[in-house]
Design a binder for this molecule. Structure first.
Ligand code: COI
Length: 355
């Protein structure tokens, strides 16, 4: 249960909204007019405020730059068919943020602060929420250490900022992924389950190499043996194998994706058997060879449900069949969209309707 407090808003005198090409948004290219900022100091979060989006004054000695205390979330707000505004799965994102913060020795954010802040920033930039199907206002809460000190220590000061960005689909077409058998994203016991900035920075180099080889992303495998599939960095990964939805079980090296959880729940409702378990590269290769693996897709807030066209395993490209109208991934994506837009019942209370 949250309580509503009013957050002061200092509006921009020069909106950039007219510069946005809503017919060609891409992902992350535009940042809306305003941002929310709250400071943590003296052991407590101070009152947030909404100000025009712009640079903040920060010290180059701030601890997040040097020792990596920075975590974020990725969420979405939508227009529903009746005109209401919906922020999807607020509660689950809040829980995951606090798990990430705890892993990085950073202070928790209360549900009140989180929910009130999201509601206020989405309302402030309501005009930036795209209307087209498949587009949304991406919400990026980020928390980072702001104390200026070179000593290797847990910061005593932090900033909590929420940026928002009108976005279209993350990938413009089905993706080509390479199973990564050399580099590692995360090891058991590490920070892979947390949405901390370093997980993404460390993934750039292998991903860059894969891009040069013609792939969109890599599929990360376990750090010990490169034998089992973890996730794909910007998304969790799911397979339709022998007509069952198969996905790697959560572990300390896999992000507990909110979309992953949503799709698993919907698949069960649709009568599809779901297996969350260890998924070996060998099993996937065999399934691709004998065609028992009929679909593969990424699941994430940004990626939503992203079809995988090709999986490369040790130099061999395996192509997946084209998506058809009755493909599971299309049916489950439609179900998700129906719930988010309010045309299907929100049985699990996933919608957070703010107006
Ligand atoms: C998301 O899906 O929200 C993510 O954070 C993944 C990526 C865009 C960084």
């Amino acid at each position: 249960m949250t309580t509503t407090t009013s957050i002061p808003v200092k509006r921009t005198s020069q909106s950039r909204l007219s510069t946005v090409d809503f017919s060609n948004l891409g992902f992350g290219n535009y940042i809306s007019d305003h941002m929310l900022v709250a400071k943590y100091d003296n052991g407590t979060w101070q009152e947030p405020q909404i100000i025009p989006y712009g640079d903040l004054l920060m010290s180059p000695a701030m601890l997040s730059l040097h020792y990596g205390q920075a975590v974020f979330e990725g969420m979405k707000a939508f227009h529903m068919t009746d005109g209401a505004i919906n922020i999807f799965r607020v509660e689950r994102h809040h829980k995951r943020l606090n798990k990430s913060l705890a892993r990085m020795c950073m202070p928790a954010i209360s549900e009140d602060l989180f929910v009130n802040s999201l509601e206020a920033i989405v309302k402030a930039d309501e005009a930036w929420i795209p209307k087209d199907n498949g587009s949304s206002l991406y919400l990026r809460p980020v928390v980072f250490a702001s104390e200026a000190k070179l000593g290797v220590k847990v910061s005593d000061q932090y900033l909590f900022v929420i940026l928002t960005s009108p976005v279209g689909p993350y990938f413009s077409k089905p993706v080509r992924l390479k199973v990564e058998l050399e580099y590692v994203r995360a090891a058991e016991g590490g920070t892979g389950f947390a949405k901390c900035a370093g997980n993404y920075g460390g993934a750039f180099y292998p991903t860059q190499q894969a891009r040069e080889q013609g792939f969109d992303q890599v599929i990360w495998t376990d750090a010990k043996e490169h034998k089992y599939i973890d996730e794909s960095g910007a998304m969790n990964i799911m397979f339709l194998l022998n007509n069952k939805l198969v996905t790697p079980a959560l572990s300390s090296s896999i992000l507990d994706g909110v979309t992953r959880n949503t799709l698993i729940t919907l698949a069960k409702d649709m009568g599809v058997t779901v297996e969350e378990r260890k998924v070996s590269v060998d099993e996937i290769e065999k399934g691709l060879q004998n065609k028992t693996l009929t679909e593969a897709f990424g699941a994430g807030t940004a990626a939503v449900v992203s079809p995988i066209a090709t999986i490369n395993i040790q130099g061999t490209d395996y192509h997946l069949p084209d998506i058809k109208e009755d493909s599971f991934q299309l049916r489950v994506k439609n179900k998700l969209n129906e719930i988010r837009s309010g045309t299907a019942p929100d049985t699990y209370n996933w919608n957070h309707i703010i107006r």
